[in-house]
Design a protein around this ligand. Sequence first.
Ligand code: SDX
Length: 371
Amino acid sequence: MSVTKGLEGVVATTSSISSIIDDTLTYVGYNIDDLAENSSFEEVVYLLWNRRLPNTLELEDLKIQLAANASVPEEVLNHFKTFPIDKVHPMAALRTAVSYLGLFDEEADNATDEANLRKAIRLQAKMPTLVAAFARIRKGLEPVAPRKDLGVAANFLYMLTGEEPDSIAEEAFNKALVLHADHELNASTFTARVCVATLSDIYSGITSAIGALKGPLHGGANEQVMKMLTEIGSVENVEDYINQKLANKEKIMGFGHRVYRKGDPRAKHLKAMSEKLTKLTGEPKWYEMSVKIEDLVTNQKNIPPNVDFYSASVYHSLGIEHDLFTPIFAVSRVSGWLAHILEQYANNRLIRPRAEYNGPGMQSYVRLEDR
Ligand code: SDX
């Protein structure tokens, strides 16, 4: 047996959902660059679940189904009110809420393909509502009900603020959702697949995935990037701050990737959005600081930024609270998790690797009273 720490380079499954080949990311063979420029998030959801782009009617139908399923049970909203709200991270709230939501789905343990697809639509539809509702309830505000006439991106921003977003915000948020939707066998997707490969239910799979995404080495990095930018405060402070971190061998959040070497193809889109939005909000310093950090880290360590780096200043510019950045990642990535869960069910085998034992050899048991 040989051990591959972190399973680096290990190919654990086949998948027809997304691919990373030579630092190019595709969803079902479509380059992410084309999708980011042209498609709605709903189109991408359809693509990931059906492995083809929808026609107009199919897209309209998916939008109608998502809108029809976006409300969450009153019990789940009331549950939020019982949380120790000032201490709870929104990712922990989301993880708990998705698990709780499963209790209200009468089909939760119905494992037919049709029921699984219905649950996928329900979960995809309700995730934005859960995140927006928690964000308001913790501030003592009433949740804003989803609207049937808005797409996923606009609806989320509307539920968060109670105001319909302008077209620039909607477009930017839609693009961010498209860019985060799927990413091959990343840690949270693998977690989801491991969970449902035991033939556990979809709610368990998504709950597990949210737990994995929460960590700062994965989706949690976007919030940490904003924390870093806030700590640095101004462009003049960047150099000292980053040099100090690198000298201390600390990780710079939003940099590095297990798979990409030349760079994460999603980052350039987020970088362009960051430049545009920070100018529009009159706070170009977030972009300027980010660019300076990128220059320093790439020059000194040759480690490029990943998807989480520029998404931080994008979400900040959209007026989103920093601890909601990772839940927003989940709002998008749930589409990929669901695609992978359905793919796992369709060709399932229990996922159960081995561990190389490195503890003590055989020992003689000593009874408690003799120790
Ligand atoms: C996401 O997998 C996916 O697809 C994930 C994702 C998705 O869409 O699902 O793309 C989303 O999770 C992006 C990553 C978000 N995380 C961060 O930004 C946290 C900071 N980055 C890292 O800690 C790190 O780069 C990881 C966790 C992303 C990758 O870890 P690896 O592959 O285990 O790499 P490593 O930690 O072993 O690093 C290899 C070398 C080390 O140097 P040496 O010891 O060999 O000299 O690169 C250095 C590391 O110290 N390094 C960094 C660094 N990342 C790697 N040095 C400073 N800052 C960093 N960010």
